[in-house]
Design a binder for this molecule. Structure first.
Ligand SMILES: Cc1ncc(COP(=O)(O)O)c(C=O)c1O
Length: 459
């Protein structure tokens, strides 16, 4: 029996009875019922009732080449028929992870040439944490095990991912994080810059918090700094231009490894293959997942810099770590085809030279002036809209986060899927968006803002 034989109500009842959703208040979900997305094509998703929504979030920051790509289905089918699975343990390999690794080394920053696979961004960050700590152990400095991260960072939802991340609500439920991880300030000028402080100076001050944390612990105790080049789930927080070069300088000065989490920014989102290239960073590890397969298969790739891999090879000894699905042949076949499409269609260059700048201008010209909007910002095809009660004072509506949810609900009702995080609306569309799609999105968001404003005024 296929799902078409069920009514929406029936599907919602079964969902409520048997399916525990991620990041969900299950009591609330049972009262509201889920929206069931049944199919998708190009930039649009469709629900069980036939509503068409322009997907402003590329699924969950991942469907970079858009929906309905037969080539990816065909790549998966062909690989499943030839070899659906074999592992890469015990000195074995299969062809697709081999070829994918070569491709990733070609497009990654030049000091990054090797790849460790998993199935999710969280797994890749677990690997990254284990790897940097292992690196310092085999370098003879086991006491160098502390990792510096940032408040509001999101690095996944496993125990290591949550511990690396800086989300208070997640830490509270963890009730005991992985030790020796500390969190410093985020580079979020809109709320944290001091009156009269320039973006440049604010970026340097935010970077200085990394140096302060290193000095407080002692450089001989600090293994690495980890950061998303642009904080994603925390609200598309784009650091000032002065931030990353200074963080890199500080890490080098104190011999601290630099770990980038590019689970969102990897594979074209900021107008380069990796945001490391956008910001001119030479990291020791780059965590990637999501758009590696455009979400068509679960796959993550931890890209590892030469400094770490040469030590691993020179010192030898087993790194006791890996997953059943590390280098899954089908997922890697899909990733290869996905990267080929991104390349053939010139999507990275298009984001850098055309749609990215057009998106920035459209947000500035058509959204920033709205009474509810405190700031818009974007980089490549990744943007944020700050929702405020008062543009001049940046005062927010209470309860916190409620106004953004009101905007989001109106947006969805008007055919636009976007996300609210705190008081910020976020956008991360498929890279296949054109200028016309951006125009359509701005029109729908503008309408949602008008409707939300009318509601919020009544409160
Ligand atoms: C920056 C970042 N790192 C890690 C993750 C975790 O990835 P996953 O949900 O695939 O475990 C996410 C997920 O959104 C992310 O945004």
């Amino acid at each position: 029996m296929t799902y078409q034989n069920y009514s929406l109500k029936q599907l919602q009842q079964i969902d409520a009875a048997h399916h525990l959703h991620p990041f969900t208040d299950h009591k609330e979900l049972r009262e509201a019922g889920s929206r069931i997305i049944t199919h998708a094509n190009g930039p649009f998703i469709y629900d069980s009732e036939g509503a068409e929504l322009l997907d402003g979030m590329a699924g969950l920051w991942c469907v970079n080449i858009g929906y309905g790509r037969d080539e990816l289905a065909e790549a998966a089918y062909a690989q499943m028929k030839e070899l659906p699975y074999y592992n890469s343990f015990f000195k074995c390999s299969t062809p697709t992870p081999v070829l994918l690794s070569k491709k990733l080394a070609e497009i990654a920053p030049k000091n990054v040439n090797q790849v460790f696979y998993g199935s999710s961004g969280s797994e890749a960050n677990d690997t990254a944490l284990r790897l940097v700590r292992h690196y310092w152990v085999i370098e003879g400095k086991p006491e160098k095990n502390r990792v510096i991260s940032r408040k509001m960072a999101y690095h996944g939802s496993t125990i290591a991912g949550t511990s690396l991340g800086g989300m208070d609500a997640m830490h509270k439920q963890l009730n005991g994080a992985v030790p020796n991880i500390v969190h410093v300030m985020m580079p979020y000028a809109y709320e944290l810059a001091l009156p009269g402080e320039s973006d440049h100076d604010f970026g340097l001050r935010a970077a200085k918090s990394v140096e302060d944390a290193i000095l407080e612990a002692g450089a001989d105790k600090v293994a690495a700094f980890i950061g998303e080049p642009v904080m994603g789930a925390g609200g598309v927080k784009i650091p000032p231009a002065s931030y990353w070069p200074e963080v890199q300088r500080i890490c080098r000065k104190y011999d601290v490894l630099l770990m980038l989490d590019e689970v969102i920014t990897g594979y074209g989102r900021t107008g380069e293959w990796f945001a490391a290239q956008t910001f001119g960073i030479e990291p020791d590890t780059i965590t990637t997942a999501k758009a590696l397969t455009s979400g068509y298969q679960p796959l993550s790739a931890l890209l590892v810099g030469d400094r770490i891999t040469s030590t691993l090879v020179e010192k030898g000894g087993e790194f006791h770590h890996g997953y059943t699905y590390s280098g899954h042949p089908v997922a890697c076949a899909v990733a290869l085809k996905n990267l080929e499409i991104i390349e053939q269609e010139g999507l990275v260059d298009r984001v850098r030279n055309d749609t990215g700048p057009y998106f920035a201008k459209a947000l500035q010209e058509r959204i920033a002036g709205h009474d509810l909007v405190g700031e818009v910002r974007s980089i490549g095809l990744m943007g944020a809209i700050e929702i405020v009660k008062d543009k001049a004072t940046k005062e927010r509506f209470l309860p916190s986060g409620s106004a953004a949810v009101t905007v989001r609900d109106h947006a969805i009702a008007n055919g636009m899927m976007l996300r609210a995080t705190g008081d910020t609306m976020i956008l991360s569309p498929p890279l296949i968006w054109t200028r016309d799609t951006i125009d359509m999105a701005c029109e729908r968001i503008g309408k949602a803002l008008d409707l939300a404003q009318a509601d919020l005024r009544k409160r």
